[in-house]
Design a protein around this ligand. Sequence first.
Ligand code: GTP
Ligand code: MG
Length: 449
Amino acid sequence: MTCLLKSYKIVRISGKDAISIADKIFFSKKNKKLSSLASHTIHYGEIRDDSSERIDEALVSIMKAPNTYTKEDVVEINCHGGALSLKRVMELVIKNGARLAEPGEFTKRAFLNGRIDLAQAEAVIDIINSKTDDSLRLAVNQLSGILSKKVNAIREELISIIASVEASIDFVDEDIEFISRDVMGKRIKGAIDEIEALITTTDEGRIYKEGIATAIIGRPNVGKSSLLNALLKEERAIVTAVPGTTRDVIEEWVNIKGMPLRILDTAGIRHTEDIVEIEGVKRSREAIKRADLILLLIDGSVKLNDEDKRLMEEVRDKRLIILLNKSDLPSLVKKSDIEKALPEKEIVSISALTGEGVDSLKAVIHELLFKGGITAGERPIITNLRHKNALEKTKRALENLQNSIKGNISEEFLAVDLRAALNALGEITGETATEDILNRIFEEFCVGK
Ligand SMILES: Nc1nc2c(ncn2[C@@H]2O[C@H](COP(=O)(O)OP(=O)(O)OP(=O)(O)O)[C@@H](O)[C@H]2O)c(=O)[nH]1
Ligand SMILES: [Mg+2]
């Protein structure tokens, strides 16, 4: 049988001295120096310290620049693992001239050495943090450059317009028109349309990356925590027959047809004198405010009461699904009672206890959030707030430019607006990103990536 296991037991060295450092501590079974071996090959041998004591057996991969992750020489020492041997190997490598990598330094070097651009580097973090198959697919697509390609196409269009504008500045006496204001206005409009189309994908992108914040709400004892458990298929939240069991918001991830939902199980909302419960109710109300989607639970086995009605009123303007829970018991609430108060909202009967109706709930959630269906991946989607901000900055600069074109402002000023737009756009792929931006991005990485 083939088995698979996950482990962390690789020491990775990158840089011009990577191979010579590894050569000092690695002794291949065939007695060959790593520097004499072909690139992209793997070798078996031992790691020994300066007093020739054996630290571990190892498989060592050697990858010579430039066809490596960082575009530098890279050596990977694959040991048996175990915290102690790994630590000894790391110490040996450091003693022989390497230093510990900073968080994200491998990816930062890949960026600085021109192997990937900034949006692709950010995709590496997204891959690591992906919550569902679709989020992963989106991140892998961004790593492959799907967004960068689109951004670069817009950049090239702007650069070509700048070239014409600057030529008219340089040859002002020649009376040649390199680009008419009319044509320029149309081309800028085209670029703005493309940028707007990208900006509108942000909500979708945020959903894949951060998950849809989904709050399960309802008065005490209607079965909110039971629903969370049913969705997770595990006993995550405490469920009891005592109203007021959940006192704080519990957060869990659920994958619904590829969409990551961040489910918030909240404390039952009711009027209470208990100070812990008061705080819980306050937090439930905050969760409602922050939620992208509300699942309002109603206990269908008892009559609708004033608390249910007040809650229905409170969330009527939100993206909402009403759940008639406890469908395994005789029903005392009719769908039509709810339709009267909340017309046009979806109502689903479920039993959080038996799991009946939970699959239809998932289908309704999917339908509500992605009308018309969606496949993550084939087109560029903005998943990153930094990218959205840069696009908005670009758009503003281009809109200024359009006003200047209409106002018959001189070419010099048009060039200034164009440069501002180009700089803003270049922040996405990193052409014009400042040291500050770079530091902030790579700080998010873990060490070793
Ligand atoms: N028969 C039946 N009982 C259920 C169902 N869902 C929940 N219950 C029961 O209802 C009681 C309350 O369930 P919880 O999930 O704790 O309810 P809650 O809304 O989280 O309650 P609070 O946290 O107190 O606000 C428990 O005894 C559950 O077993 C259901 O679909 N059918
Ligand atoms: Mg609860």
